[in-house]
Design a protein around this ligand. Structure first.
Ligand code: GLN
Ligand code: ZN
Length: 759
């Protein structure tokens, strides 16, 4: 018996986003269901074949999905929200996509972030009838891989505790009852797998990294005792990821045959647990030693040292070398990225390269390091070359960042003083109106950008087109009667990419897509070097807009933490340092805007909350440096310069102090999705700076009525000071149509006038 290699899941989108294309063609009616199914099957088999050819010993099955693995689990159990007409049996594809995307009759289910990744899952709603097993998906996937390719796959399923915890639509004290309802269905799945001769099943319980209550812990024991007893000859690998597992001492007491731990993101915690409790002699350890979320090659020698240490707790034949989580979170292959700097490309490992790393590590453990010496050397050399590259060793940047960090970043005056100075200078009316930044990116805008990118339009042609858009929208905003204008962000596709392309230290892949939600894929920039400001990025358009109006125009930047959280970042320096480098670069942009005569500057930070570590004990430190990065970006301006920030919906209550500590003169936040919860948090906490709670939801094309916004404003002003209150939509308007946007903003100004007359 030897050490084996395995992965926890493989990307489903395909090297050329074949998956996305198939889904979208099917949705638009261009693909028949049968053709669609066979295209997806082909892709699924291709992914299995690739893992087989690379030599992965234990290949996951049922990691593929037609949309999302959590939705798959819900529909497999017949858990369809009540508002969809469903009366049992296998869930049809139209219904499946209806739940995910909405139908004419029923709104889509909510989606939310999968732990601290940028993947979004569909939140199951446990409000319908009794669950029932509509099909055994893991079994089907197992059979398919075996029949088509002779692969003895390891079916993956989301564990019952995680599934119930991530679902909604039930009261807190009903969780146990839901587990009881689902347990027989899990049992049935496992019994059928066992009967089929399946040897191992991977049950994902990432919820274990968050920590369980005493009740939940009790249920964990009960559930896994039942599952193991029901299918005694089937081996269960209880898999955790994204951090070290809590309650390790309890986990190892479970009767499961294997436990999977994350030795990348939870390295310290996982090692500490092993050192304290050891590892049971009768279990298999799934050791997640290759980063399933990062894009860099691993230092294989360092990983081997770790694997050697692990072998003091578990013998080689009970060790499986795995990715730390599913490879869903990284692009498919770096081998096609020939437009990148060689030293960067050679240091990348996307999903396929990670398969090679896993196979290599297993070989090294089984046959000794000498057997793979050449490959180990190559990996070290590649990492070293990037480490020594000029872009990673910018003395100028490092010195400047160290210098600005020598002092606690703070504005010259406290908010109260700045407020007075700004009132004096800007003379804005009570309850000033503004928008969040972007205006509709019409087909015309997208077309123009394409023509320019392809070189069919000259720089000047494109610039003059952008100026025309600005003209139109400055005119519209004045006509509607908005107090603080914006230029509209017509020159930007994406709020991170736009800045990444203009700053130094960033690279952009050609095919580095990852699934974000449904068929939507994103191609995050790579922050591979020291970040540096080159030249002003936003002053031309902003100053142009300002030249067209007497009202103040607000400049628009993306903040350091958001840029970082929406990029792949280097892992040779702490994230904190990357945030500070970004802050220093963006500070120079803030200063350039101020110099260009722009006196209100918004630094968007919608992704601060997303970066919050999973472990409670790590959260305060993160918030500290995230706040510091924002302050570094904004602290050098004059008292009269008004700093705004914007956050999309965020669970404000547990972060209110940090948000206040950012010390932005005005914050705008998305409110409508929280259904009043947000306002509620102000009843308990005070917030003493300027604030605009979005008065209407921009996610829908529906034009909100004046009365609705009035109700929202009145409600907010019961708890917030009118002198500090701003009126704005929930978020940027770039996905909306022009007509509906103008109509909605007119109603918003109308509602503001009514509110002013009352306060
Ligand atoms: N300024 C950006 C916009 O209006 C903000 C987008 C966001 O919050 N995600 O588009
Ligand atoms: Zn937003």
């Amino acid at each position: 018996m030897t050490t084996k290699s395995s992965v926890l899941g493989y990307p489903r989108i395909g090297a050329n986003r074949e998956w996305k294309k198939a889904l979208e063609e099917f949705w638009s009616g261009k693909l028949e269901e049968g053709t669609f199914e066979s295209r997806l099957r082909e892709l699924r088999l291709q992914h299995l074949r690739k893992q087989q050819a690379k030599g992965i010993d234990i290949i996951p099955v049922n990691d593929f999905s037609y949309y999302d693995q959590v939705l798959d689990t819900a529909t497999m159990f017949g858990l369809v929200p009540k508002r969809f007409a469903y009366d049992g049996g296998p869930v049809s594809l139209p219904l499946y996509y209806g739940i995910a995307r909405g139908t004419k009759e029923a709104t889509a289910s909510e989606m939310t972030k999968w732990f601290n990744t940028n993947y979004h899952y569909i939140v199951p709603e446990l409000d319908g009838g009794e669950p029932a097993l509509t099909e055994n998906k893991p079994l089907q996937a197992y059979r398919e891989a075996k029949e088509a390719l002779g692969i003895e796959g390891r079916p993956v399923l989301i564990g019952p505790l995680t599934f119930v915890k991530l679902s909604k639509g039930y009261k807190a004290d009903e969780a146990g009852a839901w587990l009881d309802r689902l347990l027989p269905l899990y049992v049935q799945i496992l019994v059928e797998l066992e009967a089929e001769g399946v040897k191992w099943v991977q049950i994902d319980e990432p919820i274990l990294v968050n920590g369980l209550s005493a009740d939940e812990l009790g249920r964990l024991h009960a559930v896994y005792e039942k599952l193991v007893a029901a299918a005694p000859s089937l081996n269960i690998l209880l898999q955790t990821y994204f951090e070290s597992a809590e309650h390790y001492g309890e986990l190892v007491k479970l009767p499961v045959q294997g436990i999977g731990l994350d030795f990348v993101h939870g390295l310290e915690g996982s090692m500490k647990a092993l050192r304290e409790h050891g590892f049971p002699q009768d279990k298999v350890l799934g050791a997640g030693v290759i980063d399933g979320r990062g894009i860099w090659k691993a230092s294989l020698r360092e990983r081997l040292t770790l694997l050697n240490e692990l072998q003091t707790y578990v013998s080689a034949d009970r060790l499986i070398i795995q990715s730390s989580c599913s490879l869903l979170h990284v692009p498919v292959t770096a081998s096609v990225e020939d437009r990148l700097l060689p030293e960067l490309r050679d240091a990348l490992a996307f999903a396929d390269e990670k398969l090679d790393e896993l196979v290599l590590l297993a070989k090294a453990v089984n046959e000794g390091e000498a057997a793979v010496k050449e490959q180990l050397d190559q990996a070290e050399q590649a990492l070293q070359a990037l480490g020594q590259s000029r872009d990673r060793n910018r003395g100028d940047v490092q010195k400047a960042v160290a210098a600005i960090l020598a002092q606690e970043p703070a504005r010259q005056q406290p908010f109260a003083k700045r407020y007075e100075a700004q009132q004096e200078k800007w003379r804005l009316p009570l309850l000033p109106t503004t928008t969040i930044g972007s205006f509709p990116q019409s087909a015309e805008v997208r077309k123009a950008r394409q023509l320019w990118r392809k070189g069919e339009w000259s720089e000047e042609q494109y610039a003059s087109f952008i100026r025309e858009q600005i003209d139109t929208w400055v005119g519209l905003q004045e006509d509607i009667g908005i107090d603080v204008l914006v230029h509209g962000e017509f020159e930007r596709t994406d709020m991170v990419e736009f800045f990444g392309e203009k700053l130094e230290g960033f690279a952009f892949t050609s095919f580095g897509w990852v699934q974000s939600y449904g068929s939507r894929c994103v191609k995050p920039p790579i922050i591979y070097g020291d970040v540096a400001f080159d030249q002003p990025m936003t002053t031309v358009e902003t100053a142009y807009a300002q030249s067209k109006t007497n009202r103040p125009v607000k400049g628009m930047l993306t903040g350091p933490v958001t840029i970082m959280n929406w990029s792949f970042v280097r892992d040779d320096i702490p994230r904190e340092q990357i945030a500070y480098q970004l802050a220093y670069a963006l500070r120079q942009e803030v200063e350039a805007l101020e110099k260009a005569g722009i006196g209100l500057i918004q630094v968007d930070e919608p992704a601060v909350r997303e970066g919050l570590p999973l472990k409670k004990e790590d959260q305060a430190a993160y918030l500290d440096w995230a706040v510091k990065a924002f302050r570094l970006t904004t602290c050098t301006v004059q008292d009269t310069t008004q700093i705004h920030t914007h956050m999309c919906y965020c669970e404000f209550h547990d972060m209110i102090d940090s948000i206040e500590a950012m010390d932005a003169d005005v914050i705008s936040i998305e409110t409508s999705r929280s259904h009043g919860e947000l306002i509620h948090s102000f009843e308990e906490n005070t917030y003493r700076l300027g604030i605009g709670l979005g008065v209407y939801d921009i996610h829908s094309p529906r034009v909100p009525q004046v009365e609705e916004m009035t109700a929202m404003i009145d409600r907010a002003l019961r708890v917030l000071d009118p002198k500090l209150f701003w009126i704005n939509p929930d978020c940027g308007l770039k996905t909306r149509g022009t007509e509906e946007t103008v109509a909605a903003l007119r109603n918003m100004v109308e509602a503001t006038k009514l509110a002013r007359s009352k306060h």
